[in-house]
Design a protein around this ligand. Structure first.
Ligand code: SAM
Length: 287
């Protein structure tokens, strides 16, 4: 139950060095793959902040910029690792045993793919660190050490604001969420007016995107209606739908279709997959 979940009182208290020791110069790690001499370069692009915003809203320490809500067995995290080698990617999962499995998978991958010392001629051999705040372009030749992925146990419907700072995410994934068919269970769906406003809070305005995929057409319809503000009392102006043309070249769409455990299952069963992606609109108060 949620009583057993551990979470900080605010994102500034969160110690991400435990999850991504290779990215934190002073962190100690028991995994030789995370040795300081082998540390990768982090995409440190943090949200810009208006002068009048309080300092505590600004994430200063490295923090995850990509989140997979309800990550299950971690297939998406592992597929995203080489696509965004300089970003911290976080899976959030409710079930204890599933999370333990994800941790074992990541530990094994890190041991099998240790970090190597960087060549002196290059400050960031894995990929160019972007200067415009967006994530790096996909590079299939990138060597992956899996130092940039981790997962933690939480109930995302309750505790996300304690974990992640405002405007900190470039990508938020909701892949094959439980459909909750019965009407009385709809409040457990992870797309709703209240949660959408919360997701908007975490996404970087003008940049951050929410990726959704499901094999349940009725749930897809529900998701679309809620993001497009067709349900009563919703805040339509927070998101704009990303068009098909832009999605065709988007590696994130490919991996969520092909690399999630649920996506693979649907493929095996010959089912359909429904995708929707929304970008957080610019926020004049944040520019
Ligand atoms: N995203 C994975 C995939 O596509 O393979 C797993 C999909 S599985 C159907 C849904 C996952 O969401 C389950 O692992 C479940 O435990 C998790 N989940 C459901 N509600 C959650 C919540 N409130 N917070 C965190 N995880 C949740």
């Amino acid at each position: 139950s949620d009583h057993n979940l551990k979470y900080p009182t605010c994102p500034e208290e969160m110690d991400w060095s435990i999850h991504y020791p290779a990215f934190f110069p002073s962190a100690k790690s028991s995994n030789p793959a995370d040795e300081p001499s082998n540390r990768p370069v982090l995409d440190t692009s943090t949200p810009s902040r208006p002068e009048n915003q309080s300092a505590q809203l600004t994430p200063t320490a490295p923090h995850p910029t990509i989140a997979d809500v309800g990550c299950g067995f971690g297939g998406l995290l592992i597929a995203l690792a080489p696509l965004f080698p300089n970003s911290l990617i976080l899976g959030l999962e409710l079930r204890h045993q599933v999370l333990s499995y994800v941790h074992s998978r990541i530990t094994a991958l890190r041991s099998q793919n240790p970090l190597r010392p960087q060549p002196e001629s290059s400050s960031s051999p894995q990929t160019e660190t972007p200067t415009n705040g967006t994530a790096p372009e996909a590079n299939p030749m990138t060597t992956t050490h899996y130092a940039n992925i981790s997962a933690l146990r939480t109930n995302t419907m309750k505790f996300l604001p304690q974990l992640l700072p405002r405007a900190s995410l470039t990508h938020l994934f909701l892949c094959f969420p439980d459909p909750h068919f019965k009407a009385r269970k709809h409040k457990a769906r992870i797309v709703s007016a209240q949660l959408n406003a919360e997701y908007a809070y975490f996404l970087k305005p003008g940049v951050g995107k929410i990726y959704t995929i499901t094999d349940v057409e009725e749930l897809h319809g529900w998701i679309v209606r809620h993001f497009e503000g067709h349900e009563a009392g919703e805040v339509k102006e927070l998101f704009e739908r990303v068009g098909e043309e832009e999605l065709e070249g988007d590696e994130c769409v490919r991996v969520m279709r092909e690399e999630t455990e649920e996506g693979k299952k649907v493929t095996r069963n010959g089912g359909r997959k429904f995708v929707g992606v929304w970008r957080r609109k610019k926020d004049p108060d944040w520019e």
